[in-house]
Design a protein around this ligand. Sequence first.
Ligand SMILES: [Zn+2]
Length: 167
Amino acid sequence: MSEQLWAPWRLSYITKGPPPKTEGPECFICRAVQSTNDAENLVFLRTEWSVGILNRYPYNNGHLLICPQAHKASLSDLTDAELLDLQKCLTQMQGILTEIMNPDGFNIGLNVGRAAGAGVPGHLHWHLVPRWNGDTNFIPVLTDTRIISLSLETLYQQIREKLAKQN
Ligand SMILES: [Zn+2]
């Protein structure tokens, strides 16, 4: 058995619904882009073209979303500048998650369209999901998913600290 370095699900379970929808667009990514409260929206990174958001309903610990700031549903809608910026963000965040969580691998992917499982089909978002050998105990993605707010907040702070040193 490998040593478990990151087991936040053991720390604190708090039942919490999705964040209250106040005003702004339906798309949660656009709401996050337009909001000025990055911590509340779990926005850890903003670049010229991209935004990085912690997934509030993670498949696995450290599950990040890297999105264009613009509400675009198709890869062909992205400009060269957006494509490059998105890939650089993915690369940077893979490095940061490696430093923080020491995973054995990553799933990095994009679901295009609802048929492919995109939760927000109108707004492209790359999933960056750290994986560990034997990490089969996924947190199920359900409407009543229990949110591990402590680990999300802790991870958010750790990512922000690492980014502050790099950027
Ligand atoms: Zn959007």
